[in-house]
Design a protein around this ligand. Structure first.
Ligand code: TYM
Length: 327
C-alpha cells in the first residue's frame, strides 16, 4: 500500500516555495493511498520562538492545508504535538542515531553548530523527523529539495534499526517535485526562499500575499545583465528561478522550451506574476472562508490526531518490543 507522510513546521508564514515544493503536492496525492499530513509544531521549538506566535502560525498553517485543497475525509491532518507517540519514537531512534551523523547535517551546521544558545533539539531535529515518517511506515515523502539529507538520515535509521532488532520500519522514498523543488529568493537567487525570512522580505512571496504585493515582488525580482531569456540556473540564477516558478505554476516541466517562448525579461515577469496570482487566488479565497471558522479547523485537527495515534500505535509497539522494552 502507498503510504504518504509529510509535514510543515510552523516557524513562519508559508511561502510559494512551501506550496510548489510540498503543500500543493499533498493535495495531488491525497486520493491515491493512505495520506498523513502534519503541522509539525514540535519542530518549531528547536529554534528561538514565541509561544503566542507559534500557536497562531500553527493555526494558520493548518488552515492553509485545508485552503490548499486537502480533504479531511481523504487524508489525516493533525498537529504533531497532539500525538505523543512522535516524541516517544524519536527517543528510540535517538538510541539508533550517532552524534557524528547529526553533527554533519547541513541545516544544523548552518543554523546552530558552534553557536551559543543552540538548543539540543536542533541537533536531534532530524531524528524527530525520522520518527514522524517511520511511525506511519510511510513509503513516500513529498518534500522540497532542501530536505534531501534529512530523508537520507530517516532511511539510514530505518535500515539500521531493522538490521539490529528485526524489521519494524518501512524504508521511505523521497518524492521531490519535478519542477520548482527549490524555489529561490527573488532578491537573492542563490539563497532559497524561506518562510523564516523577515516578514517584509521583498524577495519572499507568501501564500497570503495579496495580488498587488505578489506582482510587485515578481516585477522587482533580480535578473541579470544579459538580455536573452534562457533556463540556466548556474549562469543566470534569477531568470532560471522565474522560469522554475512559472513552470511550477502552469504545470510545464520542459523549462528550456518554456524559456524559448520569451524574448524579454519584462514579459516573462508579467507572465510569472499572472501565473502565481492565478495559482494563489482560489487558495486565498478558501482561506478567507475558513479563517472565519477556527472551530471547524480545530475539530478537524483533533479528529486527525486520534486517527494518527491509531495508525502509529502498532509501529511503536513493535519498535518497543523489538528493542527490548515492554513485556
Ligand atoms: P519546512 O517547514 O522548512 O518546509 C515545508 C516543506 O516545504 C518545502 N520547501 C520548499 N520547497 C521548494 N522551494 C523552497 N524554497 C522551499 N522551502 C521549503 C520543504 O522542503 C518541505 O517539504 N523538516 C521539515 C519538516 C518536517 C517534515 C517531517 C517533512 C518535519 N518532519 C516529516 C516531511 C516529513 C521542514 O523543516 O520543512
Amino acid at each position: 500500500q502507498r503510504v504518504v507522510f509529510s509535514g510543515i513546521k510552523p516557524t513562519g508564514r508559508l511561502t510559494l516555495g512551501n506550496h510548489l515544493g510540498a503543500l500543493r503536492r499533498f493535495a495531488d496525492v491525497q486520493y491515491t493511498g493512505r495520506c498523513v499530513f502534519s503541522v509539525v509544531d514540535l519542530h518549531a521549538l528547536t529554534v528561538d520562538h514565541r509561544p503566542a506566535r507559534l500557536r497562531a502560525l500553527t493555526r494558520e498553517t493548518a488552515t492553509l492545508y485545508l485552503a490548499a485543497g486537502l480533504d479531511p475525509d481523504a487524508c489525516v491532518l493533525f498537529r504533531q504535538s497532539d500525538v505523543p507517540l512522535h516524541a516517544e519514537l524519536s527517543f528510540l531512534l535517538e538510541c539508533t542515531a550517532y552524534v557524528g551523523e547529526l553533527n554533519r547535517m547541513i541545516q544544523y551546521k548552518e543554523k546552530g553548530r558552534g553557536r551559543p544558545g543552540t538548543r539540543v533539539s536542533l541537533l536531534t531535529y532530524p531524528v524527530l523527523m525520522a520518527a514522524d515518517i517511520l511511525a506511519y511506515r510511510a513509503s513516500e515523502v513529498p518534500v522540497g529539495d532542501d530536505q534531501r539529507q534529512h530523508l537520507e538520515l530517516a532511511r539510514d535509521l530505518a535500515v539500521r534499526f531493522n538490521r539490529a532488532y528485526g524489521t519494524v520500519f518501512v524504508v521511505p522514498e523521497m518524492a521531490p517535485a519535478q519542477v520548482a523543488a527549490r524555489v529561490m529568493n527573488l532578491q537573492d537567487p542563490r539563497r532559497k526562499m524561506s518562510k523564516d525570512d523577515p516578514d517584509d522580505a521583498p524577495g519572499t512571496i507568501r501564500l497570503l500575499d495579496p495580488p498587488d504585493v505578489v506582482r510587485r515582488k515578481v516585477m522587482r525580482a533580480v535578473t541579470d545583465s544579459g538580455t536573452r531569456v534562457r533556463y540556466d540556473l548556474e549562469g543566470s540564477p534569477g531568470v532560471g528561478n522565474l522560469i522554475e516558478i512559472l513552470g511550477g505554476c502552469v504545470g510545464e516541466p520542459d523549462l528550456e522550451s518554456l524559456a524559448d517562448r520569451y524574448t524579454s525579461y519584462g514579459s516573462l515577469k508579467r507572465d510569472v506574476a499572472d501565473a502565481v496570482i492565478a495559482l494563489l487566488e482560489p487558495l486565498q479565497q478558501r482561506y478567507a472562508d475558513l479563517a472565519d471558522d477556527p472551530g471547524t479547523v480545530e475539530a478537524i485537527l483533533r479528529k486527525g490526531a486520534e486517527r494518527a495515534a491509531e495508525l502509529a500505535a502498532p509501529t511503536i509497539t513493535a519498535a518497543k518490543q523489538a528493542i527490548g522494552l515492554a513485556a
